[in-house]
Design a protein around this ligand. Structure first.
Ligand SMILES: *Cc1c(COP(=O)(O)O)cnc(C)c1O
Length: 441
């Protein structure tokens, strides 16, 4: 039968069952979930594709979930009774024709990972983590609550899955640094919400301190279980292309778990013979918080955490990414690269994409601005097939987007402002205003 276990990210000799409460190996290094490849190889690549295609958007629970339809590659052997799912995943991957034409990459696709229950791609990993906690509880582990530090999206996802499972939840948020739509989610879901006078990196330290005894389980992305869910995005992209790969996948990076999760997904498909290669992964960072970019620029010689500065892409205001070494492995292993963008570039790239219907969040704007730069640098060429990963729903960041159009955002000169036209309720006045506005389009 298929099996998976915790191993050390560096120390591959370390091995523990997935029901253990463990976040680090004996040397204090990060963990990784490892799968029994020999067992998985007893099915052919064609068989796996056929199985996953048969389950795609299935009405049979829990295969209705994009994650649990691939459970043999995610958490084999989990008791299905313990699966906590909102039927997440299976998000649309659409051909962004107008934007692609404008940018000179006609084969441009956007994977809308934010079109999901709590409005960000964090749902994909959280379904695995909270299901794993239920499995641990069933094994008698004394877990009182699950906790996370968050820039807003992790806490929304964790609190929703915990509420569905009936498990107490605690979230640590940096005060005044998350959007109202993000803050209200854990409140509504009944989590204990700690609003702390620090930034995300400060919250991360605190949550690690208070979860040391193991009775409050740590749900941050240093927890490798979440990456098993996030990695299904890579598998879905291939599946949605009819089991073909793009040349590039561009995503915004903060704590950097996702780039490694994507790498794991693509690598697993390669290891199981579905493909001979993997796409080049591009991590996009804002200049305000770009520790990975700096390490990349100096040839990975040195990595230094830094103090992240405020950014409109608030979910990636992270200066000391927990998964830095995971990210470096992913970039190197995929011959990938890292690009940085300014606040002005990211908000304008987002607005430009919005004019083609995307309604993108600022983080997706970071990826789109990086794409624009790489096309200009001729790294990404017209012949390439490119996927941009949209990580959250634009509606979660409606305030930032409204302020863009109002022209009140720091460091941003909006090139595509569009503000409501006020008029008296008089048809000739309205018509006059309309004629004027239509001429400008
Ligand atoms: C978490 C998050 C990211 C960054 O993902 P990492 O794995 O931490 O690099 C990007 N965008 C949004 C909207 C997020 O919530």
């Amino acid at each position: 039968m298929y099996k998976a276990w915790f191993t050390g990210f560096h120390n591959r000799k370390f091995k523990r069952p997935l029901t253990d409460i463990v976040y680090q190996d004996d040397d204090g290094g990060l963990l990784d979930v490892e799968h029994d490849l020999a067992a998985l190889r007893t099915q052919s690549a064609e068989d796996w594709k056929a199985l996953f295609d048969a389950r795609w958007m299935s009405h049979e629970w829990p295969y209705s979930s994009g994650i649990w339809s691939k459970l043999e590659w995610v958490y084999p052997g989990i008791d299905l009774k313990n699966v906590v799912s909102f039927a997440e995943g299976g998000t649309n991957l659409w051909h962004a024709q107008r934007l692609g034409q404008e940018l000179g990459v006609s084969n441009l696709w956007i994977k809308m990972c934010g079109n999901t229950h709590t409005g960000s791609f964090k749902d994909l990993g959280m379904t695995v983590l909270v299901s794993a906690v239920k499995e641990m509880l069933a094994h008698g582990q004394p877990i009182r609550a699950v906790a996370c530090a968050s820039t807003g999206d992790t806490s929304a996802a964790l609190s929703a899955y915990c509420a569905a499972a009936g498990i107490p939840c605690v979230v640590f948020l940096p005060k005044n640094k998350v959007s109202p739509a993000q803050l209200v989610q854990p409140m509504a879901n009944g989590a204990v919400v700690m609003s702390l006078d620090t930034d995300f990196d400060g919250c991360m330290k605190l949550v690690q301190d208070v979860t040391k005894d193991g009775s409050i389980y740590l749900a941050n992305s240093m927890n490798s279980l979440r990456l098993e869910g996030q990695k299904t995005i890579a598998i879905e992209i291939a599946q949605q292309f009819g089991w073909e790969l793009p040349d590039f996948v561009v995503l915004p990076g903060g704590n950097l778990g996702n780039v490694y999760a994507f790498y794991k997904g693509f690598k697993l498909m390669k290891d199981l013979g579905l493909f001979r290669k993997i796409p080049r992964l591009v991590v996009a960072q804002t200049e305000q918080a770009n520790p990975l970019y700096r390490a990349f620029k100096n040839g990975w010689e040195t990595y230094k955490p830094l103090k992240a500065k405020p950014t409109h892409a608030s979910a990636i205001q992270i200066g000391a990414p927990v998964s830095i070494h995971r990210a470096i492995r992913a970039i190197r292993g995929s011959k990938g690269l890292v690009e940085k963008v300014t606040e002005n570039q990211l908000m304008n790239a987002s607005a430009r994409a919005d004019r083609t219907g995307t309604f993108s969040c600022p983080h997706t704007g970071v990826a789109l601005a990086a794409l624009e730069k790489l096309v200009k640098k001729k790294v990404i060429r017209p012949k390439h097939k490119v996927v941009v990963v949209s990580t959250a729903h634009g509606l979660k960041f409606a305030g930032t987007k409204a302020n863009y159009h109002a022209g009140t955002l720091d460091r941003v000169r909006p090139t595509r402002r569009n503000i409501p036209i006020e008029s008296s309720a008089d048809s000739s006045q309205v018509l006059k205003a309309l004629e004027k506005a239509l001429k400008k389009l």
